[in-house]
Design a protein around this ligand. Sequence first.
Ligand SMILES: Nc1ncnc2c1ncn2[C@@H]1O[C@H](COP(=O)(O)OP(=O)(O)OP(=O)(O)O)[C@@H](O)[C@H]1O
Length: 328
Amino acid sequence: MVNLQSKNLNIGYQSGKKSKAIAEDLNFNLEKGKLTCLLGPNGVGKSTLVKTIMGQVPPLSGEIFLEGKPLTSFSQKALAKKIAVVLTEKITTGNLTVGQLVALGRIPHTGWLGKLSDEDQKMVEQAISQTHTGYIRNQPLSECSDGQLQKTMIARALAQDGDVLILDEPTAHLDLVNRFEIMHLLRQIAKESKKAVLVVTHDLEIAIETADIFWLMQCGQPLVSGLPEDLILNGQINLLLPSDRLSFNPKSGKVQPKIDEFAIQIEGPEATVQWVQAALQKNISANKLQAVQIRVEENPLRILLKQGDMEQEFLGIGGLLEFLESRE
Ligand SMILES: Nc1ncnc2c1ncn2[C@@H]1O[C@H](COP(=O)(O)OP(=O)(O)OP(=O)(O)O)[C@@H](O)[C@H]1O
């Protein structure tokens, strides 16, 4: 079910009579119950699109519809009840605790001085429980780690209880475990609370694992939308990598340097072959690998290198690289 939709949307910034176009002819459907990831290179206009959807930056032309009605027909207050946003800026809210910040999510419903009703309280508790932040609810924000802060910001947005939840780079600055945890949490929120969740991210691998839909934004091109798995198989994922040097490897699910003359035949178990190949690509120039054959064994690792009559054995990739690097 579509919650937010755009038609021929042109986004950018207006200053006096001058307008600066950032992206043109954007057409999208943001669906309820799905986690959508917006990906694209730096400066392509992802944050500008988020601000346009929030009603902070007016579209240069075209229109956005929320629940079938033009976004412009909603007041800022009404929009705040429908769309909750988590931006990248760090909050500097003095001595507020985690619990107090989450409660601030109810402001669109209560007003600044509003007391929390039982219903408000219930939404706050639900948001804290969904984000597993109960154990830090009395902790001042100034004492929270980046991961804890990010979960608190998500909890505040959940307490706001809009049908649309938008997050601009929620995993920036987080470690690998927290990045996974936050994205899985957002997926769960989309599924369980039937919200339309839009996440701007540069985290391609985790996005592939968690997103239902990808939106790919590239300079001067229409927005490409589809299942991540479809975009991988039809090669459109490479739209994110305009450089000649990188491509997406559908087998490993990773961005890798393009392999052409570099590819040498390595025999052995798949995972071991993959990492030996990766180390060779990163460190050894193609001319040093000519007429070289490599066979690998695992547990324990053994690498056998053959060239003509010469055979050499290594017990680690480091030794193999040292040997190849020292060759004329
Ligand atoms: N207030 C503004 N007025 C004019 N131009 C702006 C303004 N804010 C951003 N821009 C420009 O809009 C373009 C898109 O910026 P935006 O922040 O939307 O990109 P982004 O895709 O989110 O980038 P990143 O991945 O680096 O966060 C950039 O060229 C930027 O300089």
